[in-house]
Design a protein around this ligand. Structure first.
Ligand code: CP
Ligand code: NVA
Length: 316
């Protein structure tokens, strides 16, 4: 039985399958395309706010014939100190899968280790793999027309520049994803937000030693980039550091001029929510090569594909 806690939980052939399934599900939307979760209930345990992840999973599970069960952490006994281990054991007796948004990455690992149903990482402080698969699908939809529809193959050799908070979940998750997909990744942010040694060691353990470049010069990072990516400067849980983060990250704002220093046909991506005027300007968000709302929509299609693959592996 499979879990989806990090990008590398699917092999490359499985990633290709997720992507082509997502394309089929997207094309078929509006028709009853799949009943992959018929008769199933998937619990969604959320300890942080969410618009896209919550709604796309709830709608997606429903569209696959299943029943989503949203559980705010504080509404269940987990919020009053029941252990993660017992929560996993008990919920596994009721539901067919767990979708979890939390702080510590070890929470999703402990749920997976102690439950008997698939666990999906819907964002931790460390990684946000559902977003990265969706982002990759969003650009692959565009690039693959030039390579015979090969979604995964269209990513190979492409360069992504990630600017701003280069030690947040999105930066780390993209660093892992880019290596898995055969892309190059340049991270650029303040020296104090350089990816940690622990993250470097994690990436090496995943098979990608030295898998990214880091520079404090944003122009160097975006040179020859096919994708320019940024995320909020103050992630959930980091609110106390707001003043300092806004000050040190200011040189990394994605402006029209910085975006223009990437390849002329580069795309701008942002996982959203965006803070216009902080990490990115209104002008870039509105640029025709900004694909932020396609990214948001694609969460639905890609996650339906991921859930389908996990449900299949659980039945074996
Ligand atoms: N991008 C993303 O995960 O958005 P939400 O926080 O709204 O779910
Ligand atoms: N880095 C952001 C991503 C939100 C989708 C956060 O963790 O708040």
């Amino acid at each position: 039985m499979k879990h989806f806690l990090k990008e590398t939980d699917f092999t490359l052939p499985e990633v290709a399958e997720v992507m082509s399934l997502a394309r089929e599900l997207k094309a078929a939307r509006g028709r009853q395309a799949s009943a992959a979760l018929a008769g199933q209930t998937w619990a969604m345990i959320f300890s942080k706010s969410s618009t896209r992840t919550r709604v796309s999973f709830e709608v997606g599970i429903h569209e696959l014939g299943g029943n989503p069960l949203f559980l705010n952490r504080n509404d269940i006994q987990l919020g009053r100190g029941e252990s993660i281990e017992d929560t996993a054991r008990v919920l596994s007796r009721f539901v067919h899968g767990l979708i979890v948004r939390t702080f510590d990455h070890s929470d999703v690992e402990r749920l997976a280790a102690n439950g008997t149903v698939p666990v999906v990482n819907a964002l931790t402080d460390f990684l946000h793999p559902c977003q990265i698969y969706t982002d990759a699908f969003t650009v692959a939809e565009r690039w693959s027309t030039a390579c015979g529809g090969d979604l995964l193959g269209s990513l190979r050799g492409r360069k992504i520049a990630f600017l701003g908070d280069t030690s947040c979940n999105m930066a780390y998750s993209w660093a892992l994803g880019a290596n898995l997909f055969g892309m190059k990744i340049a991270l650029s942010g303040p020296e104090s937000f350089r990816p940690s040694k622990d993250f470097e060691a994690f990436l090496a353990r995943e098979g990608f030693p030295g898998g990214f470049t880091f520079t404090t010069d944003p122009r160097e990072a975006v040179r020859d980039a096919d994708v320019v990516y940024t995320d909020v400067w103050v992630s959930m849980g980091k609110e106390e550091e707001t003043k300092e983060r806004l000050r040190t990250m200011a040189p990394y704002q994605v402006t029209a001029s910085l975006f223009a220093a990437a390849k002329p046909d580069a795309y701008f991506l942002h996982c959203l929510p965006a803070h216009a005027g902080e990490e990115v300007t209104e002008e870039v968000l509105a640029n025709p090569r900004s694909v932020i709302f396609d990214q948001a929509e694609n969460r639905l299609h890609v996650q339906k594909a991921i859930l389908t693959m996990l449900a299949r592996s659980a039945r074996r």
